[in-house]
Design a protein around this ligand. Structure first.
Ligand code: GLN
Length: 307
């Protein structure tokens, strides 16, 4: 059956495909082994339809797209006030890996940069490191609608080379934002190494769009009253120091990762995932940003768009 959404997806895919600008992340050595040309777009709706084109079954690591999901888990575990006492919700305008705290509040500015994400990982409840990670893995799996696993090679690669994140962890410890720096950073590395596909990310995005409930499995991944807070920080902070340009051109809460994934959410309606590993200077997927911009324009998805 002819479907206009599929036509638009095809058009956008063909339009963006020739663009080979940007470079694959290599500061985590194992990430440089991915296929730079892989490109897939997946769009899932809250009423259960899934549209896809390209390499939507290719596996890659979730990286920073993990941040909103762990933040949501920390909110559920500790409550909004306790989390807010340690992590603010202000855009930082800084790169994702900035070694920074707000000098006035002595908190990370938001949970989408590494400092705030490591702080959020430190707030996940559990009896042991294994238990805490298992809770994170189960949480993401509820969003994805299938069991997710860790890429051990990527995890080890980041664990061996992630000195900057360790520095952030110890800075957080010195200000009392985390209680155990090594545990928080290690949990953060593990969550970043969970393997997803474009299809998984679209499911995770549409679960947020569907007020925290996976449209097909019916499982609740996040309480509806917390979804709004997660989507709010994604809107203002999800694309780091390109957040302003993103909101202007795409107008959707979103999150990117250096594995090349981008996830965007239209609340109540749909989730979009793009995977393309070449990144721009902010660490955002070049074709991911471009494809989301085109989809937003063609499907009139900008949240400020007046039909
Ligand atoms: N694990 C990566 C890091 O902390 C994630 C960064 C990202 O995806 N922007 O450096």
């Amino acid at each position: 059956m002819h479907n206009p959404v599929i036509d638009i997806l095809n058009d956008v895919y063909e339009q963006c495909r020739p663009d080979t600008a940007g470079a694959v992340a290599d500061y985590i050595p194992e990430l440089s082994r991915v296929d730079p040309d892989s490109f897939g777009i997946c769009l899932a709706t809250t009423d259960g339809f899934v549209y896809e084109i390209g390499n939507v079954g290719t596996e890659f690591t979730i990286q920073s797209i993990s941040k909103p999901f762990t933040y949501g888990l920390a909110l559920a575990d500790r409550g909004v006030a306790a989390v807010a006492a340690r992590i603010d919700v202000e855009p930082s305008g800084e790169p994702f890996n900035e070694i920074s705290l707000d000098p006035d509040t002595e908190r990370p500015r938001n949970p989408m940069i590494n400092a705030g994400a490591i702080a959020a990982a430190g707030l996940v409840v559990g009896d042991s490191a294994e238990h805490r990670f298992e809770r994170v893995r189960q949480c993401y799996s509820r969003y994805a609608g299938r069991q997710l696993a860790v890429d051990e090679a990527v995890y080890s690669s980041e664990a061996v080379t992630g000195h900057r994140n360790r520095a952030i962890g110890h800075m957080l410890r010195s200000f009392g934002v985390v209680d155990d720096a090594d545990a928080a950073v290690d949990l953060y590395f593990r969550q970043c190494s969970l393997i997803v596909t474009g299809r998984d990310l679209a499911a995770m995005a549409v679960t947020l769009a569907n007020n925290g409930r996976h449209p097909l499995t019916g499982e609740l991944a996040l309480a509806p009253e917390l979804v709004e807070r997660v989507l709010s920080v994604m809107t203002t902070c999800g694309m780091y120091d390109a957040a302003g340009a993103w909101v202007t051109s795409v107008g959707l809460p979103a999150k990117s990762g250096v594995g090349g994934g981008v996830l965007a959410v239209l609340p109540g309606q749909l989730g979009i995932a793009v995977h393309s590993p070449r990144l721009d200077e902010h660490g955002n997927s070049v074709r991911g940003v471009q494809a989301c911009g085109e989809l937003s324009r063609r499907l009139e998805l900008h949240f400020l768009h007046v039909p």
